[in-house]
Design a protein around this ligand. Structure first.
Ligand SMILES: [Zn+2]
Length: 109
């Protein structure tokens, strides 16, 4: 039996996505990315949403920690910005390399 790829379009069943387009598809609340074959939009599912939420909560805790502990230091702002950028990059990497795509949830696409 052929293993279902995480890059498989949830509409036509063809493997039309790649890590880049899957990352661009975004989370469950986004408009997603169009499948080049059937033109339907696909997004990353609930598991991705949960994990990215956890990552952002951790990032927020780190940012607050830096803000309250290291606020005398000017480099604190650089650390805070880096934390947020890292959280964004990690989320995109999870979108790109983990969990299958699902049909778009929004009804305005
Ligand atoms: Zn498709």
């Amino acid at each position: 039996m052929k293993k279902k790829s995480i890059y498989t379009c949830p509409y036509c069943g063809e493997k039309t996505f790649n890590p880049l387009t899957k990352a661009l598809a975004g989370g469950i609340a986004s408009k997603g990315h169009a499948c080049p074959k059937c033109n339907h939009h696909a997004v990353n599912g609930k598991a991705c949403a949960v994990i990215s939420a956890i990552i952002y909560v951790i990032a927020l805790v780190v940012v607050f920690y830096i803000y309250f502990i290291e606020k005398e230091d000017n480099t604190a702002y650089i650390y805070m910005a880096t934390t947020i950028i890292l959280a964004f990059i990690i989320t995109r990497l999870i979108y790109a390399f983990a969990f299958p795509l699902i049909k778009v949830v929004r009804n305005d696409v």
